[in-house]
Design a protein around this ligand. Structure first.
Ligand code: PEP
Ligand code: MG
Length: 737
């Protein structure tokens, strides 16, 4: 504020244009501001140095450093260091300046010196984004010999450090000083491009190339892009971090957090961002700034987060005080919708339609071919439809780890049949409805088994409580009232009243722990029979057509051997009858989900019947903690804030609790059946830290949603490589990032 008051008064745009008198006044005002807190600005240079050192150490505990550590998994007890060194000055006249450089483009990975500099400025001004810097390439004209020197140093640094470098430099009176260098942060596509290029250049080994990309970074190669249309472009800024995003504009980090907390997608718009904004940047889907360059805080942080960002959009006046964005006589208010294209820098009005195909498929495929050369735990996919199965197979899934059959019953043409089955008051009527449903199921299974031809497909029998297929109680009451008011047909009213009665009779105080999973199959064995018939008949059909279906039938929510024995018998009897009748030779497996603590305790008993185990860690987490998986969001935030939990246990497996149960079940299961196949199909199957745990337990596979398959394969390869390097006696043949 003080600086801008002075620059406005002098009618200049930057402080370097101010006079000596102004600078003296500014210094005095700064001192007065400091004195307001009752502290005199120290005049002893040693005291100043001491305070600066203390400030660095104290900065370890400020909120933004804490947020940064949390986001980047940096341990709290790592600590920090202080370097004290002589300064050089970038603001010493016309042949001075400061800059930040990258040895390769950190957004795309292209191999060229990339960076920005500000003439007559200190480094602080470059990174703060208060003035928009010039591209380093422009130094070629102004300071050709310095530019050549930078190119040479850049190459030497890469050879020495064997990775892309992010360095800072200062030019003092025509003399170049390198201030620091470190491995540069980069986008996902850049990480993959650089790894593949450096491998080709012979700078790194194939295993190093694989370790250079984090599993989460692959997501960015699969980002949605905007459909090419006639969207209204209001401005164009710098394409700081790729991807496409649509959201409502907010103007402060707190608002971003707040709005996102109630489920809104927001774009955080700021003149420039500072580390204090980090929580808002995390909450937003994208970040827009009017000032700053590709190395500004907003650009660097967004790139690290893999979040779409457009910076330095100078034609926009972003006013956080009045919560407006103005340009060419137009105005946008808080809550208005914008679309940002972080790949081109375009800012567009309204919600532009997106398509879900990343433009980097070719790059991803090249990298995944390399990853595929590492012997590692396999990755299956959770998929309920043939198209999802095909996507997963394309991404290298080695089978389906979980096909949730209930999703198939929600489709428009099936729901009435499902309801008819639930409302049937006799076995006969129920079987009639089930016979109609079977036709649909058989087609579904045929599609999935065909898409995964030759690979195993784990199909789970019906799991959710039946009331989920009926309308909510209040809707049904309203429906009946409406029918009565309309004077509708009495028979129809009675039919709807029957449905209401059934809804009431199916009501449960705690449906998650109620009549679901194998408990349904035990009370209605005809459901298990119908599903088994549909699976085996579909497989027979495919076999006859020369295909190779590999079905694995899975019983959900088992906690007792008797439950599994009951259901396995129904499945095997039904399946074998069909196979004998059709004269088809088919290998199929019968197994169980392990998703209740008791199942882990008696895993040896279950393994006597079960040919495979699949850990349903969603329910296992829910029942081990006693946290409802649907309601825990309400308090898990507080648990993380109070450090009661380090991570949301529904995202990252709780290794010390739930993990112990998993380990026990694996051990007991394998004791009883040496060749039992063991996998995991809860959400944790796509989470790198949980994958590491599964690798440690020597699971046969992890299973996750199709788009997480590449990341999970990479995480699994990382585990393998690290383990190999450790068993090579700690003599790591590559650098572990
Ligand atoms: C699980 O519980 O982990 C699981 C995969 O099943 P669902 O999420 O369908 O309950
Ligand atoms: Mg479950």
């Amino acid at each position: 504020e003080v600086l801008s008051e002075h620059t406005t008064r002098r009618k200049v745009s930057h402080e370097i244009e101010l006079e000596e008198e102004d600078l003296k006044e500014i210094c005095d005002e700064f001192k007065r501001i400091i004195a307001r807190d009752g502290k005199e600005f120290p005049q002893d240079p040693y005291r100043q140095l001491e305070m600066a050192v203390e400030a660095v150490f104290l900065s370890w505990d400020n909120p933004r450093a804490k947020t940064y550590r949390r986001l980047n998994d940096i341990p709290e007890d790592l600590g920090t260091a202080v370097n004290v060194q002589m300064m050089v000055f970038g603001n010493r006249g016309e042949r001075s300046g400061s800059g930040v450089g990258f040895t390769r483009n950190p957004a795309t990975g292209e191999k060229h010196l990339y960076g920005e500099y500000l003439p007559q400025a200190q480094g602080e001004e470059v990174v703060a984004g208060t003035r928009t810097p010039l591209p380093v390439s422009q130094m070629k004209q102004q300071f050709p010999e310095i530019h050549a020197q930078l190119l040479d140093i850049s190459e030497r640094l890469e050879k020495l450090r064997r990775d892309m470098q992010d360095f800072e430099f200062t030019l003092e009176d025509g003399h170049l000083y390198m201030l620091q260098t470190r491995d540069g942060k980069r986008t996902g596509p850049a990480a993959v491009q650089i790894a593949l290029d450096m491998l080709e250049e012979g700078l790194i080994t194939p295993l190093e190339a694989i370790l250079r990309v984090e599993a989460d970074q692959l997501d960015q190669l699969l980002h949605p892009v905007f459909k090419d249309d006639d969207a209204v472009e209001i401005a164009r800024g710098l394409p700081a971090s790729p991807g496409a995003a649509v959201g409502k504009v907010v103007f402060s980090a707190d608002d971003a957090e707040h709005w996102a907390g109630r489920g809104e997608k927001v774009i955080l718009a700021r003149p420039e961002t500072t580390p204090d904004d980090i929580h808002g940047m995390e909450a937003a889907v994208a970040i827009l700034t009017s000032r700053g360059g590709m190395t500004s805080h907003a650009a660097v942080v967004a790139r690290g987060m893999g979040k779409c960002s457009v910076v330095g959009c100078e034609s926009l006046r972003i006013d956080p005080k009045n919560k407006t964005i103005e340009w060419d006589g137009n105005r946008l208010n808080e809550g208005d919708v914008l679309s940002l294209d972080g790949t081109t820098g375009r800012v567009m009005l309204g919600a532009v339609e997106m398509v879900d195909t990343g433009g980097n498929r070719e790059l991803l495929d090249r990298f995944m071919t390399l990853v595929g050369q590492v012997e590692a735990m396999g990755v299956r996919a959770n998929a309920d439809r043939p198209d999802q199965a095909s996507i997963a197979r394309d991404f290298g899934a080695i089978g389906i780890g979980l096909c949730r059959t209930e999703h198939m019953f929600f489709e428009e043409d099936r729901l009435p049949l499902m309801q008819q089955m639930i409302l049937s008051d006799s076995l006969e009527k129920r079987e009639e409805a089930l016979a109609k449903l079977k036709k649909f199921q058989r087609k579904d299974f045929e599609g999935i088994l065909e898409a995964m031809d030759g690979l195993p497909v784990t199909i789970r029998l019906l799991d959710p409580p039946l009331h989920e297929f009926l309308p909510p109680h209040e809707n049904q009451v309203e429906k009946i009232q409406r029918l009565r008011q309309k004077g509708a047909d009495q028979a129809e009213i009675r039919r709807q009243e029957e449905i209401l009665k059934r809804i009431e009779s199916l009501h449960e105080a705690n449906p998650m722990l109620g009549h679901r999973g194998c408990r349904l199959g035990i009370t209605y064995p005809e459901i298990t029979r119908m599903q088994t018939q549909a699976i085996i008949e579909a497989a027979c059909q495919l076999k006859k057509a020369g295909k190779n279906p590999v079905p694995e039938i899975m019983v959900p929510l088992v906690s007792m051997k008797g439950e599994l024995a009951n259901q396995a018998e129904v499945v095997r009897k039904t399946a074998d009858e069909i196979l004998a009748k059709q004269g088809v030779d088919l290998d199929y497996l019968v197994g169980t989900m392990i998703e209740l603590p008791r199942a882990c305790l008696v895993a040896d008993e279950l393994a006597e019947i079960s040919e495979f185990f699949s850990f349903g860690t969603n329910d296992l987490t829910q029942t081990t903690f006693g946290f409802s998986r649907d309601d825990a969001v309400k308090f898990l935030g507080a648990y993380e804030k109070e450090k009661i939990l380090a991570k949301d246990p529904f995202q990252t497996l709780d290794q010390s609790g739930v993990g112990q149960l998993v380990a026990m079940a694996v051990e007991r299961g394998r004791q009883a059946r040496g060749d039992i196949k063991v996998g995991i199909c809860g959400e944790h199957g796509g989470d790198p830290a949980s994958i590491e745990f599964c690798h440690g337990q020597k699971l046969d596979y992890v299973s996750c949603s199709p788009f997480r398959v590449p990341g999970a394969r990479l995480a699994s390869a990382h585990c393998s490589i690290r383990e190999q390097s450790q068993s090579a006696g700690g003599d790591v043949p590559f650098r572990d990032r």
